[in-house]
Design a protein around this ligand. Structure first.
Ligand code: CP3
Length: 387
């Protein structure tokens, strides 16, 4: 069924969508020309984000932004001066809670994501790393042999990252169901890419050397990450995470056939394992530049596919169908534009996503240097929307 949407606003505002102007603090109403599916009653005791993912009838899309805690925020910069080490900031309960709550206090997003990193579990798997300002992640002993893979340990979260569980449970109390507390993990292929490349990579030649000359070695590493990340997701859920996002940021460096060999089966194994013990925990999957892989991302069995901005939201929605929820997908670069432009892009994305099963977000993380007031504007407009 094709859906016709029109956005209108109460007559007392000056907002028009075709020729957009925005005046605070009026509400923008987006109405569906035809209903998508039978309306379900809203569960008002649960965070909006969870209701939206379950396909309930919500009044607007929930909104949170990837990397909403970070260097673009003045409060984070101040904290970095006192605590210059990323590992300290992300491995100390009080700091993790404080940083996770910085965007919550200022913007009141519908999702509060744990401040951590996809690489945080690595030392617990016997893979030491650091994150150095200006250089990014550094893996001290990059993996390239079967003997090194043998040395990789299975992750026991309660032993290695107890601060994650503690921080999540404190966040649940602080946020008090006014927003969903979100956990996250790195996907096996993306973690392997850091561990094999030794850090961030442009060409991914080392992991491709391994994949295409010693695939068994890479598969053995991917298997270890799969077991460990399934465990880690369950640990986060047991300690308070109400939804968990899986970042397979670099899976799209693989051709579709190679994605089917080196990423998809592992993602699916994680989803299957988590669904067995935590059937109601929403899982969100993000891959950057995922246009060529969208349908394959849905095959993993996740509840939400997070689209990057190179996919048109209406086309993405059509390709994925109405059963699965979508997240995204405003270009993070839009936050460098004018306020009017930001508003226009938000409304465009929301109209294209339809009035169900959409979490409004960016297509990737907020960039360093993004004006904080533009992030505030993004949340203000998003929270003023009404279907
Ligand atoms: O979304 C959030 O607000 C939660 C915080 C979060 C961080 N990393 C904090 C962080 C999340 C969700 C991540 C995930 C992560 N880490 C991913 C997947 C998301 C994506 O971007 O695709 C990846 C690929 C990493 C690996 C990583 N960690 C990179 C590439 C960098 C940037 C290096 C740099 O110097 O800029 C990091 C460090 C990092 N993790 C920062 C933050 C806020 C920046 C460093 C800092 O603040 O000191």
């Amino acid at each position: 069924m094709s859906i016709m949407y029109s956005c209108s606003v109460p007559s007392f505002t000056s907002i028009s969508v075709s020729n957009f102007t925005y005046r605070r603090p009026h509400r923008i109403i987006c109405s569906a020309g035809a209903p998508v599916a039978e309306r379900k009653a809203v569960n008002t005791t649960e965070p909006l984000l969870l209701n939206a993912v379950r396909g309930e009838d919500v009044e607007r899309p929930p909104v949170w932004l990837m990397r909403q805690a970070g260097r673009y925020m003045k409060s984070y910069q101040t904290l970095c001066e006192k605590h210059p080490s990323f590992r300290e900031r992300s491995e100390n309960v009080d700091l993790v809670v404080e940083i996770s709550l910085q965007p919550w206090k200022v913007f009141k997003p519908d999702g509060v994501i744990l401040f951590s990193d996809i690489l945080t579990p690595l030392p617990g798997m016997n893979i030491p790393f650091d994150i150095v300002k200006g250089k990014g992640p550094i893996i001290f002993d990059p993996i390239s042999t079967a003997a090194q893979v043998d040395q990789v340990r299975e992750f026991t979260p309660e032993e290695w990252v107890p601060y994650v569980g503690e921080a999540l449970s404190i966040l649940r109390k602080e946020v008090n169901n006014e927003a969903a507390v979100l956990g996250f993990v790195g996907a096996p292929f993306t973690l392997a890419s850091y561990v094999v490349e030794g850090g961030s990579s442009k060409n991914f030649t080392k992991i491709k050397t391994l994949a295409f000359s010693q695939p068994k070695v890479l598969h053995a590493l991917l298997e270890k990450f799969t077991t460990s990340m399934a465990k880690y997701i369950k640990y986060q859920a047991d300690n308070g995470a109400q939804a968990v996002q899986i970042f397979d940021s670099w899976a799209t460096e693989l051709s579709p056939a190679d994605f089917e060999e080196f990423s998809l089966p592992y993602l699916k194994a994680i989803v299957d394992s988590v669904k067995e013990t935590h059937p109601d925990l929403p899982l969100i999957l993000y891959a950057s530049g995922s246009g060529g892989l969208l349908e394959r991302l849905a095959l993993t069995g996740v509840d939400v596919v997070s689209l990057d901005w190179t996919v048109d939201m209406a086309e993405g929605r059509k390709r994925l169908g109405s059963e699965i929820a979508v997240q995204g997908n405003v270009d993070p670069g839009v936050l460098f534009g004018s306020k009017e432009f930001i508003s226009k892009r938000i409304i465009d994305t929301v109209k294209k996503a339809g009035n169900k099963k959409h979490i409004l977000n960016l297509g990737h993380g907020i960039k360093v240097g993004t004006p904080e007031e533009n992030v505030a504007h993004f949340f203000e407009v998003a929270k003023g929307l009404s279907y």
